[in-house]
Design a protein around this ligand. Structure first.
Ligand SMILES: [Zn+2]
Length: 300
């Protein structure tokens, strides 16, 4: 063996050794962040293939130009998938507005709505049916608190397997499920592993989402205001103004509305005027997420 070949072989071996060590370190720290303290959440019960599933592309779309002196409003439109999105032609009428559409998995128009929204330049997220308190009016296939960790995990996986582009989720109903720590640990661990966000729609004051976000070192996102709890256009306009005032005060506000006739009408005719009045800019939830430090969304 000549001298040159000998030295390059040695150098190659050293590099290979360094890479092997750092990869095993990375694997270990990855595991540590994913394991929730209780043994009942050990990795043993989580199927291996989970990490190859829905990978969000949030990191590649980071909006580094977000100006920290400005006020931002994120608007989520819930309950997409039942076909009202076609009836009201929302993707055309709201074209150009940064509104995040939240789609209920498994609804008959969910796939088409997702595709159309994304092709029209909108962000999409999953609107997960979750168990409500009181009378058991939740979907049979909702995220329920009486499920075993394994069954719940499978259900969540099934819900997300129906989407291609979603970058996170919020709860549809869910006053019972979002106040249950065990349930939220399973769901939010699942999301964290995929670099997806969770927005608490805040359907109950007993929500444990903030606490669980803190435990998992995830960012905490929660609704500040519902825009259309009442359906009168004047009410919706007032709520939009309120949302902008919250944005002015907190730098960022998260508003949730629904795919309803008057809501679409008001957004189409008044949203830009109201945003201009308060000098507020729309932002996608996924952009908020990548700018989390700027917006102080960290739960810890
Ligand atoms: Zn809903």
């Amino acid at each position: 063996m000549n001298k040159e070949l000998f030295f390059s072989t040695i150098v190659f071996l050293i590099i290979a050794l360094i890479m092997a060590v750092s990869f095993s370190d990375a694997a270990i720290s990855q595991d540590n962040t994913d394991v929730v303290s209780s043994s009942q959440y050990s990795d043993a019960v989580i199927p291996d293939e989970e990490t190859v599933e829905v990978q969000s592309n949030i990191s590649s779309e980071s909006n580094k130009d977000t100006d920290s002196n400005k006020s931002y409003l994120a608007i989520i439109m819930d309950d997409i998938g039942y076909g009202k999105e076609n009836k009201y032609n929302i993707f055309e009428r709201l074209y150009g507005f940064k509104i995040t559409f939240s789609i209920i998995p498994g609804t008959y128009n969910a796939l088409k709505a997702e595709e159309t929204a994304v092709n029209s330049g909108f962000d999409v997220m999953a609107h997960l049916p979750m168990q409500a308190k009181g009378i058991d009016n939740s979907y049979e296939k909702a995220i329920r608190t009486d499920m075993s960790h394994e069954d719940l995990y499978k259900r969540i996986e099934e819900m997300f397997s129906k989407f291609k582009y979603v970058k996170g989720a919020n709860n549809h109903m869910g006053s019972k499920a979002t106040s249950d720590k065990k349930t939220m640990l399973t769901l939010m661990t699942y999301l964290k592993k995929r670099n997806m966000f969770f927005v608490d729609s805040l359907t109950t004051s007993d929500s444990v989402v903030k606490e669980v976000a803190g435990l998992l070192e995830m960012d905490y996102l929660a609704r500040d205001i519902f825009l259309d709890n009442q359906t009168k256009p004047e009410y919706i306009k007032d709520q939009l103004e309120k949302a902008c005032r919250i944005a002015n005060k907190k730098k960022v506000a998260i508003a949730i509305c629904h795919v309803r006739e008057n809501t679409i009408n008001v957004l189409e005719s008044d949203l830009q005027r109201i945003l201009d009045k308060y000098d507020v800019e729309l932002i996608n939830i996924s952009e908020l997420y990548v700018n989390k430090k700027k917006f102080n969304l960290v739960a810890r």
